[in-house]
Design a protein. Structure first.
Length: 208
């Protein structure tokens, strides 16, 4: 790799699908290659392919935590920019259940946990629909998360979890106060040996 870069190869040249070498390396999780490519001054680390998917999205989609950390260390990388389908790196990670990547992205102040894709589906909806309990729990712990945000069809994260039968996700989404009310206590019975009969208020006259 280093020899090729020394031979006047363009590290940012794309193929017919507009994929750069950095996109390919990020997609496959090759941390060493990513570091070498980023060391080239004439490379754009945020260069998207024809689908608008950038190296960070590629790494997040496949759960490559090491590559995600490396890319986020470059000031030219936008951690919250969506591709042409509206998928942010967080959306990509949440959809596929990559809890580690989700935690890395949520650790940044410049990542909006509620940014939806082109169908209005936010990361929490995606995670709930696919039954990713760890990701759902992580997202719910983030300040500013909207736990009831619907997609463009009005489907909330709870709707998706219920529709697909994800009991664990449903338990995370339902607030404690929505639990079924406790059954009423039965009326207390009189103590043994006591009578429930009432004494008449007036005494009975006895004829002599």
């Amino acid at each position: 790799m280093k020899i090729l870069l020394r031979r006047d190869n363009n590290p940012d040249k794309t193929d017919k699908d507009a994929q750069t070498p950095l996109c390919c390396a990020s997609w496959n999780g090759h941390e060493g290659v990513v570091k070498i490519l980023l060391g080239q001054g004439d490379l754009n680390p945020d260069n998207p392919d024809k689908d608008g998917q950038k190296p960070l999205c590629c790494a997040a989609w496949n759960g490559h935590e090491g590559v995600v950390k490396i890319l986020l260390g470059w000031h030219d990388v936008n951690p919250d920019k969506p591709d042409q389908d509206g998928l942010t790196p967080l959306c990509c990670a949440a959809w596929n259940g990559h809890e580690g990547v989700v935690k890395i992205l949520l650790g940044r102040d410049d990542v909006n946990p509620n940014t939806p894709d082109e169908h209005g589906q936010a990361p929490l909806c995606s995670a709930a629909a696919n039954g990713h309990e760890g990701v759902v729990k992580t997202l719910l712990a983030r300040d500013g998360i909207c736990p009831d945000k619907p997609d463009e069809d009005g489907h909330t994260p709870l709707w998706w979890a219920a529709n697909r039968g994800h009991l664990g996700v449903i338990a995370l989404l339902l607030p404690l106060e929505s639990a079924p009310p406790a059954a009423p206590m039965p009326p207390s019975l009189p103590s043994p040996g006591t009578s429930d009969l009432r004494t008449p208020s007036s005494s009975i006259a006895i004829s002599q």
